[in-house]
Write a protein that binds this ligand. Structure first.
Ligand SMILES: NC(=O)c1ccc[n+]([C@@H]2O[C@H](COP(=O)([O-])OP(=O)(O)OC[C@H]3O[C@@H](n4cnc5c(N)ncnc54)[C@H](OP(=O)(O)O)[C@@H]3O)[C@@H](O)[C@H]2O)c1
Length: 288
């Protein structure tokens, strides 16, 4: 693939210069993805700081968190405050509209009062500045919600948020609409060789110079060596079909190549919380 991490590129039309691989930080704050049986404990503060330091030192500068990711914002914010030498280099993206509850579940609330409360809390936790604020999991109805859009634009005018974006997991129509609205600088969508449906909307975003952030690059772990812990027949069948298509090629390397073959992809969020796995992913991605 030969992707360079040192050469950072402009994220859409923003003035943010991002490495093409970023870190998605759901797994530092809450269980997600595939874990080896018996190894499901969340990392503590020192493990998270070790991971984030290693990520920044490896050239990663884009970090994606959310109020819906348990303690993720709190842990990332603790790192930002304690490591001002490194955090100067970091682009911080978070979200609003969905938040975590004490019992580990999440709740959606896109009302102006909830959005303002959420953004104030994120700013407090993350050191007072957010480069990118994304509406978490948009749909067509939310994009018609004028009160929500006005609230976000007002919040941005206050100056602590640089850019607005959206994330979307549902079929591409909502993202297509978001691309026509002129409000959002980025979209964040799932995209991998098992779930390629967002490919055309990603290309459309590229034409419009909207930044494209890809999540679930390894299909929440199914395209990594962790798939040995999967027993769901539908998931196993998906992996079998890809393996049949790619023959002798390494599954994970193929998965990375698949994403980076789309020239409109700006940043890919690897969801690992393990520094060795992050380095392995970087090796796969930067391999010629
Ligand atoms: N709606 C939304 O806004 C939305 C939805 C989904 C995701 N996201 C964002 O996107 C990020 C990435 O998504 P994802 O977590 O699904 O990403 P992913 O990278 O597809 O999957 C992460 C899983 O893969 C494993 N993994 C990664 N690299 C590995 C390696 N080299 N060897 C073995 N296992 C490996 C991880 O385990 P280890 O940690 O043990 O390496 C984890 O179980 C999230 O953290 C979040 O920030 C956003």
């Amino acid at each position: 693939m030969g992707i360079s991490l040192v050469a950072k590129a402009q994220l859409g039309k923003t003035n943010l210069m991002a490495a093409r691989i970023g870190c998605g930080l759901i797994r530092i704050g809450r269980n997600w993805g595939i874990d080896e049986p018996g190894k499901t404990a969340l990392p503590d503060k020192s493990m998270v700081h070790h991971f984030l330091r290693g990520a920044v030192e490896s050239g990663v500068n884009f970090f994606d968190t959310a109020p819906a990711y348990g303690k993720s914002e709190q842990l990332l914010g603790g790192f930002i405050k304690e490591h001002s030498d490194l955090s100067r280099e970091m682009i911080i993206a978070t979200k609003c509209g969905e938040s975590s509850r004490e019992d580990g579940t999440t709740v959606k609330d896109y009302s102006p009062i909830a959005i303002r409360r959420s953004v104030d809390n994120s700013l407090h936790l993350l050191g007072g500045h957010i480069h990118l604020l994304q509406i978490h999991s948009i749909n067509l109805r939310l994009l018609d919600n004028e009160e929500l859009l006005r609230t976000l634009e007002d919040i941005k005018k206050q100056g602590d948020i640089d850019y607005l974006g959206v994330t979307c997991t549902t079929p591409p129509e909502a993202v297509e609409k978001a691309l026509t609205m002129g409000i959002f600088s980025t979209i964040q969508v799932p995209y991998n060789c098992l779930n390629p449906e967002m490919g055309s909307v990603i290309s459309l975003a590229g034409e419009k110079k909207v930044g494209v952030i890809v999540n679930r690059p390894l299909a929440t772990g199914l395209l990594s060596s962790k798939n040995e812990f999967v027993s769901d027949p539908t998931q196993l069948e998906g992996i079998r079909k890809i393996k049949e298509q790619i023959g002798e090629q390494d599954l994970t390397e193929y998965a990375w190549r698949f994403i980076f073959n789309n020239p409109s992809v700006s940043v890919v969020l690897t969801g690992t919380r393990d520094i060795d796995n992050l380095k392995e992913n970087l090796r796969s991605i930067t391999k010629k």
